[in-house]
Design a protein around this ligand. Structure first.
Ligand SMILES: [Zn+2]
Length: 890
């Protein structure tokens, strides 16, 4: 532990005299640096192996670490600079952010290890089972340090520069031994867009002398703060889902290494002591004894380092290991020891803030704490390197020989919607999860997800199989096992997320671990664009689309069944191209082909502006979106309504606005924004809440209200919205925005309370609930997030594309009374499928409205109290939002 003493003091060593000039000039020539030029520069520090000058952060930045916040380009500039100077360090760009900033990591290890780095990396992939072949004996422990995933928890990237300099230059024999024993990967900034938003704010708002009073402007970030990324997503909830490109790039880079240890550096409230592992309960049951125990070992190194300096810390509280999409749990479910470290500060502390006990917390203090745990962790890993590699390897072996959870295989029966199968398999592929086709026909006992119960189930040859026994077996069990067991209800996050519900797919889980005779790729499930000829269609139009289209063959109409978000994307692009559609309010058939409610009918006559490009545009969009268009040569149908009937509603492109800025929740706004911009691909104006007026509204067809408190939304604005609806506008209210509408008596929405008083409130003894237990009794009204199966009125346009039910992720804390003439989705007593929900909250939701519609004059309000876009990851409810935007007015 002595090696944790002030390292900075030992970096100002001059080793140049110890080396023969020949070796220096030789190294410089290899690096393309003229020797004379080198000799002219001042020398700060030397790595024994490199004998090359490594610039201190202060010299590179022009200020001492802790004096200012460093923007992204300078942090990665420094990392790249050090990598050029030190052959302990190599620099890698692995992607870019939405705003175009580079995502990078460096690999830091001894020169000897660098020479066999590719062997170390591939050996580890072989140990993990992700790469075929036998590893050689060259193995090192691999630690991955992730900094600044929350942009305004900004001390960690500063700490990363200090830690890098230390690792690149130190001549301390202990530290050199650490670099021999291990490979350290440092990602200095996981969220560059969010960090730069924060750094710009704090830099602009801070004067020459930082003001440490908490009420000063530099401590009060404006909406939307710097925590989230460009689309205002919390990247520390997105590791498993990869909705944001930063996460997708990072997971890809992670899969190139599969580190044994992962640390995610954060900040919390500015008065809190430092937090490090071991984590709090609940631990997901898939976490192995080794993963539990080694957190304690690392914790002991951190404790010793903090004890030595008299710094406060806590462990085993608040930060649990359950929800699989954090920077600690996702690495854990990928075989690593995944940990969160939390420094006080958290976007409030600026450069300096006064503490209640007296004194100040400065940026310099904060970065020193993160630097200290970083090095203590590296030390813990180095001193246990062989054991870490062995345990990682044997865990991987275990994953490849037996299931980690209850079930051995997860089966998705064939014949389900190809778009959903493709979405699921694309996700599995990105997660490195193997899947393939069943080659057995057998009945056996298993868990039926739709019924939420064990039953006799049937597996048919050709069904999609996701084996739990595979290199990623631990992750597979966590993602698929029904009803993940919760050892403690006081979790930090949602409590269930089973993939079949997420995608709205029928599935069963069985105990036998089926072996795949052949694996598959997502591309095997990719829908291909094409046309199909209905029985009164044109015989000359055939698949595939790549055949040149004959413009003399002009079908009467094209028909597209409406069943997935891909169909909505096709429609969004068709609208963008200037097209119109009719939507069938009733099912119909042409010959033997049946078309459900919601099918799009696209006729030449209703698209006069498209006349020259009508067919070619449809063809090209069908190809782009993998849609099969049915063509017909007549406006007559076999059963149902002809294309000219009034139940074939004309629908044109709506003009959409979304309320933004500080009246809304930044997370909810971000979900809507990303959905419109990146997923649906349809234009929308983000309109600051303060700018909503009758004039602005008169430009819109649809207004989306993301979740938010809307306290800054005035009564006259609510009145203006109501008048606009009376004139034909459509308001789509999501999540907590319903409360703002409920506060006004212009809208018919009413929240409901629990139908039965809770058991807790029936207690007569005032001391029955002790002070200590009060937190737990509040759990009864608590809904951290669980899976519900809501019942749908599938004749309503909002439910088009669904059957009579939909799986939703219910994170709502408020239930609403059903509307007598506008309840499209309802929560039944049997709706709760999985996850923890307090007894009182569960009762409150029974019989409550999940999707509603209220007519106001010719306009309407669509109520979506259960946020269908939560974290952008719940695929099953995304079509509902497209229905609200495009079909809502029908
Ligand atoms: Zn954080």
């Amino acid at each position: 532990m002595l090696s944790l003493l002030d390292h900075e003091d030992r970096t100002l060593l001059s080793f140049i005299d110890l080396l023969p000039m020949t070796s220096i000039s030789h190294i410089l020539r290899r690096l393309g640096i003229p020797f004379l030029l080198f000799a002219l520069f001042g020398v700060q520090a030397y790595s024994q192996e490199t004998s090359i000058q490594v610039t201190q952060p202060s010299e590179y930045l022009g200020y001492n670490l802790g004096e200012r916040f460093t923007p992204h380009h300078k942090v990665i500039g420094y990392f790249e600079h050090v990598a050029k100077q030190s052959n302990r360090v190599s620099y890698h760009t692995y992607g870019s952010t939405y705003e175009g900033r580079d995502l990078v990591y460096v690999v830091v290890t001894s020169l000897t290890n660098h020479e066999v780095l590719e062997e170390i990396r591939t050996n580890n992939l072989k140990l993990s089972g992700l790469q075929e072949g036998e590893p050689t004996a060259t193995q090192r422990a691999i630690t991955w340090l992730s900094y600044n995933v929350h942009g305004d928890e900004a001390s960690s990237s500063e700490a990363a520069m200090k830690t890098l300099f230390e690792l690149a230059t130190s001549q301390d024999s202990d530290l050199q031994q650490w670099l021999d024993a291990s490979v350290i990967i440092m990602d200095p900034m996981l969220n560059p867009d969010g960090r730069d938003r924060y750094v710009a704010f704090v830099t602009q708002q801070t004067g020459m002398n930082p003001n440490s009073n908490g009420y000063a402007q530099e401590h009060d970030q404006p909406w939307p703060r710097g925590r989230a990324n460009h689309y205002l997503f919390d990247l520390n909830r997105d590791w498993a889902w990869g909705i944001q490109k930063e996460s997708r790039h990072r997971i890809e880079a992670y899969h190139q290494w599969m580190p044994h240890i992962h640390v995610d550096f954060h900040e919390q409230g500015f008065t809190s002591p430092y937090y490090f592992a071991p984590a709090a309960e609940p631990y997901h049951p898939a976490i192995t004894p080794w993963q539990r125990s080694f957190q304690q070992t690392i914790g002991a190194y951190n404790m010793a380092a903090f004890d030595q300096r008299g710094w406060h810390y806590f462990t085993r509280e608040v930060f649990d290991l359950f929800y699989p999409s954090y920077g600690d749990t996702w690495p854990t479910f990928n075989g690593s020891i995944g940990m969160t470290y939390e420094q006080a500060g958290g976007g409030y502390a600026g450069l300096s803030i006064s503490l209640p006990q007296g004194g100040e917390l400065t940026l310099a203090d904060r970065l020193l704490h993160h630097h200290t745990t970083g090095l203590a962790t590296i030390e813990a890993v180095a001193e246990n390197a062989d054991r870490i590699v062995d345990e990682f390897s044997s865990q991987a072996q275990l994953s490849m020989s037996q299931p980690r959870g209850t079930y051995g295989s997860y089966i998705i029966p064939q014949g389900q919607l190809k778009d959903k199968m493709h979405a699921l398999t694309t996700f599995l592929e990105a997660q490195g999860i193997i899947f393939g086709m069943a080659d057995i026909n057998r009945s056996l006992d298993g868990y039926n997800y739709a019924l939420g119960a064990e039953r006799r189930v049937r597996v048919e040859s050709g069904d999609l199989v996701i084996p739990a026994v595979q290199p990623k077996g631990q992750l597979v069990s966590v993602l698929f096992d029904p009803r993940p067991g919760l050892s403690d209800s006081m979790t930090y996050d949602i409590t269930s997320w089973e993939m079949p519900y997420r995608y709205g797919l029928e599935a069963v889980a069985i105990r036998p671990a089926l072996r795949l005779s052949q694996t598959q790729q997502a591309s095997d499930y990719e829908p291909k664009g094409g046309v199909k000829v209905t029985q009164n269609g044109l015989a000359t139009l055939t698949e595939p689309l790549s055949e040149p289209f004959d413009p003399t063959e002009k079908p009467y109409a094209y028909v597209l069944p409406w069943s997935s978000l891909q169909d909505a994307k096709f429609l969004a692009d068709w609208f963008e191209a200037g097209g119109h559609v009719q939507v069938s309010m009733n099912p119909f058939t042409i010959g033997e082909t049946s078309f459900p409610r919601g099918s799009l009918v696209i006729t030449r006559e209703y698209n006069p502006a498209m006349i020259d490009r009508f067919d070619s545009t449809l063809y090209s969009l069908a190809e782009t979106h993998g849609r099969t268009l049915f063509v017909t040569s007549s406006g007559a149908v076999t059963t149902g309504s002809d294309f000219g009937a009034s139940s074939m509603e004309l629908v044109m492109a709506p003009k959409v606005g979304v309320i933004s800025r500080d009246v809304t929740s930044s997370l909810s706004l971000g979900e809507v924004w990303h959905y419109m911009d990146q997923q649906l691909g349809y234009p929308s104006a983000l309109i600051p809440g303060a700018n909503i007026s009758a004039d602005v509204l008169s430009e819109l067809d649809v207004l989306v209200m993301p979740s938010g408190d809307y306290r800054g939304f005035s009564e006259s604005q609510i009145n203006a919205v109501h008048e606009w609806i009376q004139g034909g506008g459509r308001l789509v209210a999501i999540g907590t925005s319903l409360r703002a509408l409920e506060r006004s008596d212009l809208f018919g929405i009413t929240s409901s309370s629990a139908s039965n008083p809770s058991e807790d409130s029936e207690q007569e003894d005032p001391l029955a609930t002790s002070y200590e237990d009060q937190n737990r009794s509040r759990v009864s009204s608590f809904n951290p997030g669980s899976v519900y199966k809501i019942r749908l009125d599938d004749t309503h346009p909002l439910a088009f594309g669904y059957s009579d039910h939909m799986y939703v992720m219910n994170i709502s804390n408020q239930a609403y009374e059903p509307l007598s003439n506008g309840t499209i989705g309802l929560i039944d007593p049997s709706s709760h499928m999985s996850g923890f929900i307090g007894g009182e909250a569960k009762r409150a939701f029974e019989g409550s409205m999940a999707i509603g519609r209220e007519s106001i004059g010719p306009g309407e309000v669509i109520y979506l109290p259960i946020n269908p876009l939560f974290r952008g990851f719940w695929e099953e409810s995304k079509l509902l939002v497209a229905n609200a935007l495009f079909l809502g007015g029908l």
